[in-house]
Design a binder for this molecule. Structure first.
Ligand code: SAH
Length: 199
């Protein structure tokens, strides 16, 4: 899928395929296991469902996205639901300004798979620059098991392992599914969930 600007994805009548109006069930499960805790950063947060999920369970949650429209929507949801999550417009490829060790947990739902090969290295270094040692990144991306070419680029397990090879422990990579909006001809897509711990 070619997206001219990220704001354009959020400016139509209908929401984009990934913006399902609730958190992905995989992250609801992780949250139920108490894993989305402490100071949580939702990178490429879109309209904020995962930061809001973490905030609803007591985390100190922040969401960052390039799209002002998505951040406006996330802030409106936080106000409607009376949840204390913070949302900021920003580029997650340069997070170091937020300070070393500023977060305990990073959530990536559908961000990694938008990056080029070159951006992947910058992205992983950027989240490492703000994640405390021992902190976790939970990342869900489209997988090579997903047939067809609708949606973002497919990612193989080996590519995830390579991206997180330096300064991280790969705790697990498991096959999961994204839910997507029904009007895009499918209701789910094959995904990988990676759990990475910063050394
Ligand atoms: N996590 C959200 C959105 C996934 S779509 C959800 O699960 O619904 C990918 C999101 O990443 C989009 O909202 C897009 O605006 C954002 N994005 C893409 N590149 C980015 C970057 N460099 N910095 C911050 N956000 C980015």
């Amino acid at each position: 899928m070619t997206i001219p600007t990220w704001d354009s994805a959020y400016s139509g009548e209908a929401p984009p395929p990934w913006d399902i109006g609730r958190p992905q069930p995989v992250f609801v499960r992780l949250c139920g296991q108490g894993l989305l805790s402490g100071r949580v950063l939702d990178v490429g947060c879109g309209t904020g469902e995962h930061a809001l999920l973490a905030a609803s369970q007591g985390a100190d949650a922040t969401g960052i996205d390039l799209s002002q429209l998505a951040i406006d929507r996330a802030r409106a949801k936080a106000a409607e639901r009376d949840l204390p999550a913070r949302f900021e417009v920003g580029d997650v490829l340069s997070l170091d300004r937020l300070g070393s060790g500023a977060f305990d947990t990073v959530i990536d739902s559908g961000l990694f798979h938008v990056f080029s090969d070159e951006e992947r290295g910058r992205y992983v270094a950027s989240i490492a620059s703000v994640l405390a040692p021992g902190g976790h990144c939970y990342l869900m991306c489209f997988s090579n098991m997903q047939p067809g070419d609708f949606g973002p680029r497919r990612v193989r397990q080996e590519e995830l392992r390579a991206a997180f090879s330096d300064g991280w422990a790969v705790e697990s990579i498991t096959a999961e599914q994204f839910e997507v909006n029904r009007d895009f001809g499918m209701t789910s897509a094959q995904a990988w969930l990676g759990t990475f711990r910063r050394n």
